[in-house]
Design a protein around this ligand. Structure first.
Ligand SMILES: NC(=O)c1ccc[n+]([C@@H]2O[C@H](COP(=O)([O-])OP(=O)(O)OC[C@H]3O[C@@H](n4cnc5c(N)ncnc54)[C@H](OP(=O)(O)O)[C@@H]3O)[C@@H](O)[C@H]2O)c1
Length: 281
């Protein structure tokens, strides 16, 4: 690259964010690898990354991080990778209002607040790339993932709308839709399950027992799981192609369910998804 390109990535403490931060640094980008917790920022700095704290649940944290980054780059930013998120497990009927709200605070509201803070910078430059990390669960739904499903569907809506609104601005908007990827996602989801779901009083008590085992498995819980590098490949295309795609599918399950969603009537797809869900537990 002639002029060093800069990128802000959220959620670099583990998994996809961590992998992409290292890969892009190696490729010559100036990477701002942000993380929610102070101890992870220190760890990332020790790994040679430029790291700052950014918690999507806090407006103050978002604005502080962006101010610092823009100071370091003389007000420029080539790209934003909206990667950070967590999965709140639990049946929809067991989700208390504040739990659903928290899920959206991180995955949706914080992500969009950050994006909206960056858009004027990119408009001013006349170029930029905004890439969301969505999910196959923003295309189809699975039981006991309602909060997460809803947050990822919301990102699909925001990304698709933003792409229409930014047409002609020089800013490209893409959304990557991974299926199962090895990361700390299940471990983090299990913590949220324990924090926020009361199994004992739930109609779904026995289903939760199966889910607990799946969330605690060390090895990949589902077939066709890929490493985070598979997401990185799509990110690289979204960043560097003259014609980045609107949507990037990653893993066989995303291709399969993306296709089935277009082909099957809703109840036919429900049948498939109930079967898949049964086999998971
Ligand atoms: N793994 C999969 O199978 C899969 C599939 C489809 C989509 N995705 C998506 O891929 C993205 C990355 O997930 P991953 O698989 O790499 O899981 P991960 O290892 O759990 O990484 C998630 C990252 O998001 C961060 N995060 C959570 N809440 C945050 C907040 N409020 N503010 C800032 N950071 C926050 C986590 O930080 P802490 O460590 O501080 O919690 C962590 O760094 C997510 O958007 C996820 O939905 C993952």
């Amino acid at each position: 690259m002639s002029k060093q390109k800069s990128i802000l990535i959220t959620g670099c403490s583990s998994g996809i964010g961590l992998c992409c931060a290292h890969e892009l640094k190696q490729r010559g980008y100036r990477v701002f690898a942000t993380a929610r917790k102070a101890e992870d920022v220190v760890r990332l700095q020790e790994q040679g990354l430029e790291s700052l704290q950014l918690d999507l649940a806090s407006s103050e944290s978002i604005h502080q991080a962006v101010d610092t980054i823009l100071e370091l780059t003389q007000g420029q930013l080539y790209a934003l990778f909206n990667n950070a998120a967590y999965g709140q497990p639990g049946a929809v009927e067991d989700l208390q209002r504040h739990v659903l709200k928290e899920q959206f605070e991180s995955n949706v509201f914080g992500t969009q607040e950050l994006t909206n803070r960056i858009i004027p910078v990119m408009r001013q430059q006349g170029y930029g790339r905004i890439i969301y990390n969505g999910s196959v669960l923003g295309i189809i739904s699975l039981p006991f993932r309602g909060a997460y499903n809803a947050s990822k569907y919301a990102l699909e809506g925001l990304a698709d709308t933003l792409r229409l609104e930014l047409y002609g601005s020089g800013i490209e908007v893409s959304i990557i839709e991974p299926g199962p990827i090895t990361s700390a996602f299940r471990k983090n989801a299990f913590v949220k399950y324990q924090e926020n779901i009361n199994k004992e009083s739930s109609f779904f008590k026995s289903s939760y027992e199966g889910m607990e085992a799946r969330l605690q498995k060390k090895e990949p819980a589902v077939p066709f799981t890929l490493p985070p590098e598979a997401v990185y490949k799509k990110l690289e295309h979204a960043l560097e192609s003259a014609h980045p795609r609107a949507h990037y599918y990653v893993t066989f399950p995303t291709h399969l369910f993306g296709t089935l969603k277009r082909l099957l009537p809703a109840k036919g797809l429900d049948w498939v998804l109930r079967k898949v869900s049964k086999e998971e537990n």
